[in-house]
Design a protein around this ligand. Structure first.
Ligand SMILES: O=c1[nH]cnc2c1c(-c1ccc(Cl)cc1)cn2-c1ccccc1
Length: 450
């Protein structure tokens, strides 16, 4: 059966325009340049920003100069690559190795952007001198790349200490070479070496400087000459993230009548088994005692019936953005119906499940777009339980797990299971609680997903 005209799936190229209305039909590649002393969260920002930009559809890659240096230093002299004296401004040999590592990283970054495979590169290094930054600005001008600086300024000892403890002590620079205490002391000496030559970003240092200064992990900001779509998204993201420890719980609704019949979508109520799950979920959160837990639920009956079993009156919000992917003309059908009635649709979907859009319905890419405000609000919040649907949770998990978008539609989320995510510095701890409906027992499996 042919699809009625105008209902075929289409892929439109949308031109973005910057704040002055200049539409950059041909998107100018962006370089995001980190600035800051060691232990100011530059790699934390780089990785988190890279994950967010990739999830929203920008091909993004981090170029970490430390990783380049470690390969060069291994060639030169492994010991030098590790300890504080390597970073002394008086160590001429080391300065050469460090400058060479930065140059190779910059060349690779330009290749990545100019080869068309990438649209954003994040240059993760200290870049603490005006000289170093003017080299980068000139390099970007020569390569026709837009340049945006993110400087992390932090003088809060508690935040710096948590950084050194969480990530520096386990750094490859120290692995197996010294104890945690020695590593911490050495790292504090490395910071002193950098302080001797640190020149904070200044508006006057270059006429076309665009930057954001993040002060004390986002307690305050200074923003200067933001240009274009990507830079404004970056500023917006940095103003919404925080370091406070918390957990995000994700669950699908309990089994619905349509689930039991193998039918797609719809708005059917829970089955008895679905109600059993909802009641077990309520018991779980009575025992778990999560401080200040907020519940976000879709506006589908099966999800609302699941959330409404939660005993104490949690603060529950209903988001349309959390509704299941709309299967359009396939709503209410079984997969067998679809292969029989719309064989071409079934093939198209199997070929590219992320971009495939149901006629009169949505694609996974459409669901990611409507979930962006949910992700941003999740970044702002503390403990949240999300009661939603398979396709939606695949999109949310792909964000926290940093999964490629092509793999997103295949992330496994069984019914009657609860995922607990605890974001860490560079990864996400996750625990999956699966309910056995017969025994009422939860079985717990933990994983540290990249
Ligand atoms: O400003 C810092 N100074 C020292 N450390 C820091 C930060 C930030 C941070 C920076 C900017 C923003 Cl918008 C949010 C957090 C994160 N971290 C961090 C802490 C522990 C482990 C890994 C990273």
């Amino acid at each position: 059966m042919e699809i009625p005209p105008g209902l075929e799936t289409t892929k439109r190229k949308v031109a973005h325009s910057d704040e002055h209305g200049f539409s950059d039909q041909v998107r100018v590649p962006n370089v995001i340049v980190m600035v800051g002393l060691p232990a100011r969260g530059k790699t934390y920002i780089s990785k988190k920003l890279c994950r967010y930009l990739k999830w929203t559809g920008f091909k993004t890659k981090v170029f970490n100069v430390g990783e380049y240096r470690r390969t060069d230093a291994n060639a030169a002299d492994a010991i030098h690559g590790a300890n504080a004296s390597f970073f002394s401004p008086d160590n001429a040999d080391a300065l050469k190795v460090r400058a060479e590592s930065a140059r190779r990283a910059m060349e690779d970054m330009a290749d990545y952007l100019n080869s068309g495979s990438g649209s954003v590169a994040i240059f993760d290094a200290t870049n603490t001198t005006k000289d170093r930054r003017s080299i980068i600005i000139d390099f970007c001008k020569k390569k026709r790349l837009r340049c945006f600086f993110i400087e992390s300024v932090c003088d809060d000892p508690a935040i710096i200490d948590s950084n050194v403890t969480d990530v520096k002590v386990n750094s490859p620079d120290y692995k197996g070479l010294m104890t945690a205490e020695q590593a911490k002391e050495d790292f504090m000496n490395r910071i002193e070496n950098y302080k001797r030559q640190y020149e904070p970003l200044e508006e006057s240092e270059h006429e076309s400087l665009s930057f954001i200064k993040v002060i004390n992990a986002g307690r305050s900001f200074k923003v200067h000459q933001v240009r274009g779509h990507v830079q404004s998204r970056v500023v917006y993201f940095l103003m919404n993230i925080h370091l406070l420890p918390r957990s995000i719980y994700l669950t699908r609704h309990g089994q619905s009548e349509y689930n039991a019949m193998g039918r797609l979508g719809g708005d059917s109520p829970l089955t008895d088994d679905g109600r059993k799950y909802a009641s077990a979920l309520a018991d779980f959160f009575e025992e778990e005692e999560v401080p200040g837990l907020r519940v976000w639920c879709s506006q589908k009956v099966r999800a609302a019936q699941t959330a409404q079993q939660l005993k104490p009156d949690f603060h529950t919000e209903y988001w349309k953005a959390l509704d299941e992917l709309d299967a359009g003309i396939c709503e209410g059908l079984t997969y067998e119906d679809i292969t029989q009635r719309y064989p071409k649709q079934a093939d198209d979907r199997a070929t590219d499940k992320y971009h495939y859009r149901y006629p009169s319905g949505e694609s996974y890419e459409d669901v990611v777009s409507r979930l962006e405000p949910v992700i941003m609000e999740l970044e702002r919040q503390a403990n949240v339980l999300v009661v939603s649907h398979q396709a939606v949770l695949r999109c949310i998990l792909a964000y926290f797990y940093d999964r490629p978008l092509s793999e997103l539609p295949y992330i496994d989320i069984p019914l009657h299971s609860l995922v607990k995510l605890t974001p860490r510095a560079y990864h996400c701890d996750s625990t999956i609680y699966a309910l056995d409906l017969e025994t009422g027992e939860w079985t717990e499996t933990s994983a540290q997903l990249p």
